[in-house]
Design a protein around this ligand. Sequence first.
Ligand code: CP
Length: 329
Amino acid sequence: MATVSEGEQRVWTRKDLIGLEDLSRDELDMILDTAPQFLAVSERESGIKKVPVLQGRLVVNWFYEPSTRTRTSFELAAKRLSADTLTMNVAASSAKKGETLHDTLYNIEAMHTDIVVIRHSAAGASRILAERHPSHIINAGDGAHEHPTQALLDAFTIRQHVRRTRGDGRAGLDGLRVAIIGDIAHSRVARSNVWGLTKLGASVVLCGPRTLLPDAFTRLGVDVTSDLREAIDGADVIYVLRIQMERQSKCLFPSIREYIRLFRIDNESLKAAKPDALIMHPGPINRDVELSSEVADGPRNVILEQVTNGVAVRMAVMHLLVNKPRVTA
Ligand code: CP
């Protein structure tokens, strides 16, 4: 793996962002190193929370699945970069009359798009579009495959905390332990985080009911366990996932009551955790199922910081894809 020395300049070359499996550590670092300048734009107390980085460009939000955070975050990110935005209403679009994804995008591109942000229930949807279309394609979640900008904003949030607590503005994720708890099998967030966190030097342990914990993950260099105490013992970050009932054709564990007893993160289960372990969740939370309200609203959680950082990270991604700037390490 190539190392980059301080002050060295790097150039972004990719057209699209499809998944963190594709990216090198250097590329991950370029995104994380570009985000702080955009966080500062959003945090301006006076003046305009905008920069002219994508002025005159068109960003299309095209979501085939429900979303609160990702869709609004991309829309705000595009607006803060001064881009024009277009939100596709899939329910009222000609997809309902049988138009294919490619044909829809050819027609949208005929109106001169620059970036297309797509969420789709089919794994690989964003990749097949990226291979054929000139627009910059950003995967906002494809089935249970990847959700790259979620994992990027997660890594950025962890890195901010490490830097703050260590007082070291160059600290990274090397040596950290991250426990991801919940429905691993159906989680694109877990997959992207495994790729991202391990490339950035963290170790990952995945924990959940055996039926929601595919053995295939062990090939990606992570630990797996169904013992919650074992997973969170020594973890620097406890990353909680929702049970995705909408992706399960049959119930894969005995009952929600059983799940809560064995896997819920609450004040009781956290007795096995480091006192300063961060609590993270990508949202939406099913309160008092995977995460108790006392923890979801408690002092260890950084869940809304993740949301805030998501706008900056998505601004960074769009800037890199379109403008291919030089990034200083
Ligand atoms: N984290 C996330 O993807 O949330 P939404 O489904 O609300 O976008």
